[in-house]
Design a protein around this ligand. Structure first.
Ligand code: UTP
Length: 291
């Protein structure tokens, strides 16, 4: 069994209902954040974190993702003929980003089920899970930070962020205690999915990045469907906790929930402001608005 984290699973088989009507035909993962589909940010993060093999779990109507990461002969030939070398490099760059495999989730039966669909492609080795609608802006890629913790501590690692107030009820929340030697690490003893504010065991909310040991697959296979008939990843991780160490990790960086309309708007504004070619112009435009 390889001890290195070489593979990353991208569950992208969900329906994206929060973004209707845009996601009626277009996969949520293909919605553009400025000029790049949101899943491409995650793929670039994985590659920058040392991941060698990406596994995208797709579903019905999600073919655009496969086309996006493939060669586009007509487009490339046209750009070449027109002498558009910079755009050609952009188009070719996407198709040579990473080694990507696809596996189909026949029905959207939950995040845990989507991860389980990647079992054969992952095999018996630790792996990462990236939820493509969580876009993270960080100096050191979030997944790289997590793999470093995994390598040091040798247990599964869940990315967390501190959520103050009732907003915590939208997340899986960790129970446990802060590590004595590293304030970013949380020694996890349990977790509660979407607790009431009063019942939340901590302020440590799980977000869309995980490094997991392959034991999770057997545990997910034994997990019975919960609310809405879905197999929850958190139920599998709860079972994992009884057998192995699991850590929360407060990553350095800023996360945007781009699968939600408001989160996407926030990401759009902040990413656009950072773009050298029009950031200043956009800033001036925002300042000119009668807010
Ligand atoms: P979300 O709950 O954010 O995605 O799942 P969703 O179900 O597509 O969106 P809404 O809530 O209806 O708007 C997080 C990630 O897990 C994937 C989604 O594609 C998304 O990237 N997922 C979810 C699956 O791959 N399969 C599922 O059965 C459920």
């Amino acid at each position: 069994m390889s001890k290195r984290v070489r593979k990353a699973v991208f569950p992208a088989g969900g329906l994206g209902t929060r973004f209707l009507p845009a996601t009626k035909v277009i996969p949520k993962e293909m919605l553009a954040l400025v000029d790049k589909p949101i899943i491409q940010y995650g793929v670039e993060e994985a590659v920058a974190s040392g991941i060698e093999h990406i596994i995208i779990v797709t579903g019905r109507g999600k073919g655009a993702m496969e086309d996006h990461f493939d060669h586009s002969f007509e487009l490339d030939a046209t750009l070449e003929r027109r002498g558009k070398s910079e755009l050609l490099a952009v188009s070719r760059g996407v198709s040579s980003l990473a080694h990507i495999s696809y596996v189909r989730q026949k029905e959207p039966k939950g995040l845990g089920h989507a991860v389980l669909c990647a079992k054969e492609l992952v095999g018996d080795e630790p792996f990462a899970v990236i939820l493509p609608d969580d876009v993270i802006d960080a100096e050191v890629p979030c997944l790289k930070q997590m793999i470093d913790v995994f390598n040091q501590r040798g247990g599964s690692v869940l990315a967390t962020q501190t959520v103050e107030g009732p907003g915590i009820s939208a997340y899986g929340v960790l129970a446990g205690s802060q590590d004595a030697s590293d304030s970013r690490i949380y020694n996890c003893t349990g977790m509660v999915e979407k607790p009431r504010f009063e019942d939340a065991p901590s302020k440590q909310a799980i977000i869309g990045r995980y490094v997991l040991t392959p034991r999770i697959f057997a545990l997910l296979e034994q997990t019975t469907p919960g609310a809405g008939g879905e197999i929850q990843l958190t139920d599998g991780i709860k079972a994992l906790l009884k057998e192995e160490k699991v850590f929360g990790y407060t990553f350095e960086g800023k996360r945007f929930d781009a699968g939600d309309k408001f989160g996407m708007l926030q990401a759009m504004v902040e990413f656009a402001l950072k773009r050298p070619e029009f950031g200043d112009k956009f800033r001036a435009y925002l300042k000119s608005l009668p807010l």
